[in-house]
Design a protein around this ligand. Sequence first.
Ligand SMILES: Cc1cc2nc3c(=O)[nH]c(=O)nc-3n(C[C@H](O)[C@H](O)[C@H](O)COP(=O)(O)O)c2cc1C
Length: 402
Amino acid sequence: MLRGKTIVVGVTGGIAAYKAVEVVSRLVKLGATVRVMMTKNATKFVTPMTFRTISGNPVVVEMFEEPRVWNVEHVSMAEAADVMVLVPCTANVIGKIAAGIADDFVTTTVMACTAPKLLCPAMNHNMYENPVVQGNIEKLRSLGYHVLEPEYGRLASGAVGKGRLPDPDKIVDEIVKLACPKRDLEGVSFLITAGPTREWFDPVRFISNPSSGKMGYALARACLERGASVYLVSGPVALTPPPGAVLRKVETTRQMLDACLELFPDVRVVIGAAAPCDFAPSVYHDQKIKKTGAETTVTLVPTPDIMKTLGQQKGDRILVGFAAETEDLESNAIKKLAEKNLDIICANPVHRPDSGFGSDTDILTLFYPDGHKEDLGLVLKEEAAHIILDRIKSLLEADVRH
Ligand SMILES: Cc1cc2nc3c(=O)[nH]c(=O)nc-3n(C[C@H](O)[C@H](O)[C@H](O)COP(=O)(O)O)c2cc1C
């Protein structure tokens, strides 16, 4: 499966370093050329000799050791990589990469590498949940690094929490996906909406919602990985758009609709992953409303329904919507599916910390016009994005046959 591919494995100084031996062994069995580099601290957990023996290749630890052949070794290793994977990846190395530090062989090679990079963080759960570590991971994700979430379970310290390195099988699956990407959406044009909208009622105040845009941006990234072209119409979010997406920044629901209507003729698939405000203040005050101590009232009027408007002029396009619900998830989703003339609606509860606004995961159920539904359970937004694209791909194929 990996014949002809070079996988560069970076091992850093975490207790799960021993599991990297199994990852390397499986990659070799799949036919990959595996080149291992280690941080100095990683060698305290597993010796380079183990990796040298399993990979059949020299292992590099020192930045300034005499190279075996005359080349700049970190550059040659970076260039040879079809995929680079850091397994396990310490909080320290995550922080260094996010900060642009290249002070040893592993971090320098990561910086010189343009191939897809997969980070497999593993650490104590308090370290993993530390906002600094989370912020660094978020930054790296937005820069295009792939991050395999650690799992929940018993950790080396005896504590139970999120921080365990996933099984080698799962890591190898991710590496295979990156090394042999599906380009199955080549030539398909997508319009994806993401993030919240803002409806202003004076120059300094607006109503909005906590949508982070993560789902829409994950969808855009997944489309681009699979060869599609993407218009990304985005409300205000703190995410970096994936390289290759054509970004249209908007603020209000009306602006989001106008951008969608303009781009609509050029696309085959629309995914409405944004959370546009359903209401806007009826009056906009040119000057800041003064605080007088008295009660005040803001009257809200409905904004245009973006997906419903697009659904009315659908043609042969595929339309996929999202339904964020706090109650009656199923009946509300089915109603919206019909009202908006959608091909799939992805429904998620938004009153749980692991689903909806801002989280990296969603509890998703997909509903289809023929009445069947598909429960995806708790999934990472990246995983959900690929599953939704798989379903869209099937609809496109069914369309071509008719
Ligand atoms: C026994 C032991 C286990 C450790 N396990 C981890 C770990 O699982 N994850 C982690 O991020 N750091 C862990 N550390 C801390 C790192 O080794 C430390 O941050 C070190 O500076 C990492 O160096 P490196 O990132 O250059 O490999 C551990 C330290 C010790 C002594």
